[in-house]
Design a protein around this ligand. Structure first.
Ligand code: MG
Length: 498
């Protein structure tokens, strides 16, 4: 038993929790397998096995002995910060399971399993009507969930809090108002200046997948990815999955053209993985052994991908590796590569958006989800509203549903309230940038590839704590403020208009 836990009830609790952790471990491994190597024929049986394991997990969480242990431990005096963290995390999970009846959880899981498949077809066929009934069902379930969970100001706040502990509509509105207003001004100037191109000839360059595989592997090597504790595999949608502090896996994908896409998706997932890998060993297999929230997690991937990865210093660092494996890079100077890595242009697809326009895409989804969950619009209104918002914010309009309202998988999972955490990630990444540059010369460190110093900083400020503190407390503790958009605006201004 870890020496971090002294209180007797907490010790028993943490030990009992290991069974629940083991189920989660198994589910993660199965989820990883689903996306990377499971044969198609395994889908149905896998879904049943997953559903049954989830049920078992719920049963153990809601076990009356387990709950009375949580209550007993909670009332104990003088709990240390780790012990309080254990209680906070468990109470949140138990609270959710107690408020949401199993029938709704089951209905949600069943509908979304079907909805993902239909969404995929609808997107390929550009047929919104096909997906509409599923989205209607899922959004009405989501409204029901909000009512069961309860909220103060707005039903959507219940969903925001599910994805990011402590987040509500008021806080999110305030962040977006600032980010969107200021980003618009910066974007206008960037488009006028023309220094950052809207497109680049390297985007057309095709590569051999085997060459790019070498780039990604050797890049991970240079970034000190610990191969004894992780893997890199292929999947259509890159992701990171944690089996434990000692086993964190990432995936990437290769389009065969425009190599920065494969490279940045690998760096992005590496950022997620680093967070999980640097969690204090002593927290392993406990309720605290995982990144605390989606927003904080995304701040780690965005920090690596954008703030370090798209900097001039990173270009100098990575260029020799690119030249080694991609012959068409050999004639480019650093300035040329820097501009290729940093094209800026209003585009239709969120996942392809640059760091300046990305938050506009998130904002559109945030506004629409908020209206939908409040019952102020119907699912049928979404396509048109989507296009209107795109035109208003980015000056472009999708000509198909596939490039518009049907582009993301999230709604087919029944995830409402997820998108804003992407912008929170950008916001917090910039807060980290603002703080770390006072202690570390980022340019020199990145250029020379001495990433350990940066990782050490991130470990102390964020990673090692796992879920010990709520996102808000973690940020306050490490940077003296909650999510605040000022640093993001300062970062964008410095990079794009100074
Ligand atoms: Mg991510």
């Amino acid at each position: 038993m870890s020496e971090l836990f002294q209180n007797e009830s907490i010790k028993v609790l943490v030990e009992k929790y290991q069974t629940i952790w083991s189920i989660r471990h198994a589910k993660s491994l199965m989820a990883w397998d689903n996306e990377t190597c499971m044969p198609r024929g395994g889908v149905l049986e896998r879904a049943t096995a997953m559903a049954n394991l989830s049920k078992l997990q719920q049963k153990l969480m809601l076990d009356s002995d387990f709950i009375s242990l949580v209550e007993k431990a909670e009332s104990a005096e003088g709990l240390n910060e780790y012990e309080s963290g254990v209680i906070r995390v468990l109470k949140r999970e138990i609270d959710y399971l107690r408020k949401i009846p199993p029938e709704i959880i089951f209905e949600f899981a069943k509908t979304s399993q079907e909805a993902v498949r239909v969404w995929d077809e609808a997107k390929r066929e550009n047929n919104f009507e096909k997906f509409k009934p599923y989205l209607e069902k899922l959004s009405s379930l989501a409204r029901e969930v909000a009512e069961k969970l309860g909220y103060e100001d707005h039903p959507y706040s219940a969903h925001l809090d599910l994805h990011e502990e402590g987040l509500d509509v008021k806080k999110t509105d305030r962040i977006f108002n600032k980010v969107i207003t200021e980003s618009r001004k910066i974007l206008e100037r960037v488009m006028r200046d023309g220094f950052y191109p809207e497109s680049h000839h390297l985007e057309q360059m095709e590569y051999e997948i085997s060459d790019m595989e070498k780039v990604n592997r050797e890049l991970l090597e240079l970034l000190r990815f610990p191969w004894d504790n992780g893997r890199l595999d292929l999947s259509p949608h890159p992701f990171t999955i944690t089996l434990g502090v000692g086993d964190v896996r990432i995936t990437t994908r290769y389009e065969g053209v425009d190599f920065k896409r494969a490279m940045y998706s690998t760096i992005h997932e590496f950022g997620h993985a680093l967070y999980e890998l640097q969690i204090d060993e002593r927290l392993k297999m406990t309720p605290l052994a995982g990144g605390v929230s989606l927003g904080i997690h995304e701040s780690q991937s965005r920090f690596m991908e954008n703030i370090l990865g798209r900097s001039r210093a990173f270009v100098s660092f990575v260029k020799p590796l690119l030249e080694k494996h991609l012959d068409f890079v050999r004639g480019c100077d650093e300035e040329e590569l820097y501009r290729y890595f940093n094209t800026v242009s209003p585009s239709l697809i969120r996942v392809d958006a640059d760091e300046l326009t990305y938050n506009f895409h998130v904002y559109i989804r945030y506004r629409l989800e908020k209206l939908l969950i409040a019952g102020e619009i119907n699912v049928g209104d979404l396509p048109e509203l989507w296009n209107e918002e795109m035109e208003k914010l980015l000056g472009i309009k999708p000509s198909t549903y596939s490039e518009g309202v049907l582009q993301d998988i999230h709604w087919s999972h029944g995830s409402f309230g997820y998108f804003p955490t992407y912008t929170l990630g950008n916001v917090a990444a910039a807060q980290i940038w603002d703080a770390i540059k006072k202690e570390i010369d980022l340019e020199k460190t990145v250029e020379s590839g001495r990433f350990e110093r940066i990782y050490h900083y991130l470990r102390e400020k964020i990673h090692r704590w796992g879920s010990t503190f709520s996102p808000q407390n973690l940020l306050n503790r490490s940077f003296g403020q909650d999510y605040e958009p000022e640093a993001l605006i300062a970062y964008l201004k410095q990079k794009y208009v100074s």
